[in-house]
Structure formats: C-alpha cells, structure tokens
Design a protein around this ligand. Structure first.
Ligand SMILES: Nc1ncnc2[nH]cnc12
Ligand SMILES: [Zn+2]
Length: 350
C-alpha cells in the first residue's frame, strides 16, 4: 500500500476539492442548467411547458429514474443547432475545470436530438469543437461517448451508429443509458459487437435500478469495459469478486443515487463498501444540473455524509478515475503525479 502523508481531518474537504480528478460519467444534456434551458428556448423559439426557471426547478422532485428522464428529455428539446451543443459543453467544461477535473469522458444521447430532426453532424461537431477549445483555453482534456437509448430498439441503435460513421474519429466509445428496468443489456448484443469491431470502447449503465443480472449481462454479453453506476452489485458476492479481480471500474454517482431514491439517503450510500471490497469505484456527477451538484459537490457531500470515508479513500477515488479512463498512459502518469503533489500540499506535520 502506498504510504500517504498524514492529512489533518479539517483539511479533507479542501483536499477533495483541490484534487485533480477525471470525470467519467456525465451526460452533457444533464449539465443544462434551467437558466440555459430558458435562454436556448428563447434563442430557438422552442415552447416549454414551464412558466420559468423557478417552476422548472420546482419540478426536480424525482421519485425514480423514469420520473427524472421525462423532464430531462423535455429539457434537451431546446437544443437545435451546432452552436447550442457547443455552448452547453463549454459551460460544463468550464465548471469541471473549476472543480480540478483534468479529464472528462462525456456521454451524449444523439437519438434524443436526431428524432427531432437535428443532424448528427450538428450534435457531434458542436460537442467536439467545445472539447477542443476547452483543451486549448483551459487545459482540460475531454472525449465523447455516444450513448444508445435502451428504451428504443436495437435497430434504432444500428441506424444511429450508421449516422455517426463519418464522425467516428470524434468519439472514443459507446454507452447504453435511459430506462434500465425491462431493457437488459442483451437487447443490444449485436450493435455492441459491431462497435467493438469498429475499435470503439464500450461501457454500459447497469445496476443503477436494475438487478445484478444486468451487470453480468453488460460484462458477458456487451463486454463492457466499465459499468456506469453498478451500485446494485453489492447484492451479489460472486459479482463483487469478479469486479474486484478483473478491476472493472464502476462510475458511481452518489448525488444522482440520492435524488433518484436509489438509496433512502446519502448516509446510506454504499460507496465505502465498494471501496473496501477492492472495487475500482469512481465518483461522478451524472446529471449535475438536475441532481444538485457537480463533481466536487459529489465528493464533499458524500464524504460529509459517510464519515467512514478517509483521505486514503479520496486518494483511491482520484487514482481510480485516472486508471479507469480511456486516456493515454502518459497522461494518467502525469495526473497521478499531480495527485501526489496535491496530497503533499495538504499534509500536516506527521
Ligand atoms: N442516471 C441515468 N441513468 C440512465 N440514463 C440516464 N440518462 C441521463 N442520466 C441517466
Ligand atoms: Zn448516467
């Protein structure tokens, strides 16, 4: 085990905020703040079923994943032009850079947009240009993961992949999101096989609300390299063993889990249990505009709610996020070095 410098407990919140970290589970449409939703609605002449920002915010009282997704897709309806996707992603990347995110792997849901007549090129080019400009101006690296909507058919996913083919060099991988229950990973076996043949990385949401069987399916059938959420794995000891032994990362999103009632309260979250079992868990924001916080809010609120989490866990979570990313090995080493420097800066006299 790495010997860490001693961190006085009162310095832990500052350390969590200052730590370099990678964010690997963020839906860019879930970063649309109500103010930006209304600004884009005005710019694009889109009517919304809410009178204003406050009324929209009041509707963010979710009971489960589906109750959130209904509002999330309504919010995304204001995105029409390449510039809208660019502005949304620049706003997120500026916030992320402020949280000391050094690298972000960003989900986007093209089917939400192409179904409304938006061209795939507008979606991908707007997001890609934002990533390039943010890297140049803020020094944050970012890549894109095209996510298939699992409530739609596999044929629809294939048609979406076809539309994205000319732009595949602009994405690093594919994912699977939206309504989990009733839409097991097996439904997308063929399209994921094709994506792997194309050399894309593959990840999948599994075990957010769904049972451990969906995580097995994501691993065995989709060959997912990371599991998004995965918190239901704790109900299956054999699965926990496999995730630990094969070092399959989980991109955990504590505030999302709290807001969508996956756990009754943040103090009941199983993040510590996952880490203690040796899993490569990471902390992420999922849909920060809807769940009350960006990645640093996820870190600080979760550590406050779970006093068993220590500076060593903070070290592990940041290191895990680098290991779990699809970035180059040289970048991972450089970020790990920055993490060491950050811990040294926050150390007390040991
Ligand atoms: N938490 C989540 N689970 C599944 N699909 C999503 N799309 C956006 N956020 C999601
Ligand atoms: Zn998600």
């Amino acid at each position: 085990m790495v010997k860490l410098p001693p961190i006085p407990p009162e310095r832990l919140p500052g350390l969590l905020a200052a730590s370099p970290k990678a964010e690997l589970h963020i839906h860019i449409e879930g970063s649309l703040e109500p103010e930006m939703i209304f600004a884009l609605a005005r710019r694009n002449g889109v009517a919304l079923p809410y009178a204003g920002v406050e009324e929209l915010r009041r509707a963010y009282a979710f009971t489960d994943l589906q109750s959130f997704l209904d509002i999330y897709y309504a919010g995304a309806s204001v995105l029409l032009h390449e510039q809208d996707f660019y502005d949304m992603a620049r706003a997120y990347l500026a916030r992320a850079a402020g949280d000391n995110v050094v690298h972000a792997e960003i989900f986007f849901d093209p089917q939400t947009h192409t179904a409304r007549g938006v061209a795939m090129e507008a979606v991908i080019n707007g997001l890609y240009r934002a990533c390039a400009d943010a890297r140049a101006e803020q020094g944050i690296s970012a890549s894109l993961i095209l996510s298939f909507l699992r409530h739609l058919s596999e044929d629809d996913a294939f048609a979406t992949l076809e539309q994205a083919m000319p732009l595949l060099d602009r994405i690093v991988g594919v994912g699977l999101d939206s309504s989990e229950l009733g839409h097991p990973p097996e439904k997308f076996a063929r399209v994921f096989a094709r994506c792997r043949e194309l050399g894309l990385h593959v990840v999948a949401h599994a075990g957010e609300e769904g049972p451990p069987a969906y995580i097995w399916g994501a691993l065995d059938v989709l060959k997912a390299e990371r599991i998004d959420h995965g918190v239901q794995a704790v109900h299956d000891p054999a699965l926990m063993l496999r995730l630990a032994q094969e070092r399959i990362p989980l991109t955990v999103c504590p505030l999302s889990n709290q807001k969508l009632c996956v756990f009754p309260d943040l103090s009941r979250h199983n993040l510590k249990q996952l880490l203690d079992a040796g899993l490569v868990a990471t902390v992420n924001s999922d849909d920060p505009a809807y769940f009350g916080g960006y990645v640093n809010d996820n870190f600080t609120q979760t550590f406050a709610a779970l006093p068993a989490l220590t500076a060593r866990d903070a070290w592990q979570l940041a290191g895990n996020s680098f290991e779990a990313s699809f970035a180059a090995a040289a970048d991972k080493r450089a970020w790990q070095h920055r993490l060491e420097e950050c811990f040294a800066r926050h150390a007390g006299r040991g």
